[in-house]
Design a protein. Structure first.
Length: 127
């Protein structure tokens, strides 16, 4: 009635069972952001909220330069579009965009922005 597992079958199952120690590639899940039909982009806070949820590092606030977070939001939006991290989606009655969930690509973009200067980070000291 009940089948007995042979030692050979048990060994085969143990070898084919995935190990919890095996590295799995990260699963990049895209996010979607919506905007009003009469605006060219979504609300800045909505966009930054999605980046925050993706764990992208960005400038939240700067005491001496309160405008810098807005500069970051606009620059990341434009550069994200140019680098295809943000892609427009056809929609009816509103605008919609797909944000790549690839944290590595977003981090590379932020790093490039800081190095190249289009993302202000600190005062440049001129001699």
């Amino acid at each position: 009635m009940g089948e007995q597992s042979s030692p050979t079958m048990v060994e085969q199952e143990q070898r084919t069972a995935p190990s919890s120690k095996q590295q799995k590639p990260p699963l990049w899940i895209p996010r979607y952001v919506l905007g009003n039909w009469d605006e060219s982009g979504p609300n800045k806070q909505s966009f930054l909220g999605h980046l925050y949820a993706l764990r992208v590092l960005f400038l939240h606030r700067h005491t001496d330069h309160p405008e810098w977070p807005d500069v970051w939001a606009e620059a990341l939006w434009e550069q994200g579009l140019d680098n295809e991290l943000i892609t427009p989606i056809t929609s009816l009655g509103m605008h919609a965009w797909r944000l790549s969930g690839d944290l590595m690509s977003w981090s590379t973009l932020v790093g490039a922005g800081v190095r190249e200067g289009w993302l202000p980070w600190r005062e440049s000291h001129k001699s």
